[in-house]
Design a protein around this ligand. Structure first.
Ligand SMILES: [Zn+2]
Length: 199
């Protein structure tokens, strides 16, 4: 067996935004905690795959026990004609915290790299088109980061969506945010204003 400190560091360094040095710091931190803390962490890590499901409708991960449809998609009080397209689950958590939005979501699973020609394979664009066709969506809100890659992805998706449903109303949430802003970190007031002024 490989040496545990090294092996754990290498696994943690695969996490988003974590480099090898930070990974080693996290391992050191875990070593300072009690065995009970580490046992609890190991237990949750084992359970998370078994108790969490990916929603077949919006692709977010959910542990509400609703089965294959998450608690947001299953909520009949929400406006199923409006779809907010986000990059990742954390963006949904933040928009939900603002209580400013009552439609449904769709998780793209990333952004389209500007250097790539074969765009579609990087995000769930096929699934998005299917959803628009089947679910009677009348409005799309593109809630992507206001970075060059976010803008590029938004434009590519807009062309794609217009080609399958020309009368679709499409707006960009980011136009109400400052340049470089990420949906995940925007405060509630900013999100409320951006939603109100979406264009
Ligand atoms: Zn869902």
């Amino acid at each position: 067996m490989a040496r545990p400190i090294q092996e754990l560091s290498s696994l943690i360094s695969e996490f988003p935004g974590i480099g090898p040095r930070q990974a080693r710091r996290i391992v050191q931190f875990l070593l300072t905690k009690t065995p009970a803390f580490r046992e609890k962490l190991a237990e949750i890590l084992r359970a998370i795959g078994a108790t969490t499901e990916q929603c077949m409708s919006c692709f977010r991960y959910d542990d509400s026990g609703n089965g294959r449809t998450c608690s947001i998609c299953a909520n009949v009080e929400r406006d199923s004609k409006i779809l907010m397209v986000v990059e990742k689950d954390a963006d949904i958590e933040n928009v939900e915290a603002s209580h400013a939005y009552r439609g449904l979501y769709f998780v793209l699973g990333g952004l389209i790299p500007m250097t790539e020609r074969k765009n579609a394979s990087y995000v769930r664009s096929t699934e998005l088109q299917e959803k628009i066709k089947k679910n009677g969506i009348s409005e799309i809100i593109l809630a992507l980061s206001t970075t060059p890659e976010g803008d590029y992805t938004g434009r590519e998706l807009m062309d794609l969506m217009k080609s399958i449903k020309p009368d679709l109303k499409i707006s960009f949430l980011g136009r109400g945010l400052s340049v470089g802003a990420e949906i995940e970190y925007a405060d509630s007031e900013t999100l409320r204003n951006a939603l109100k002024n979406r264009a």
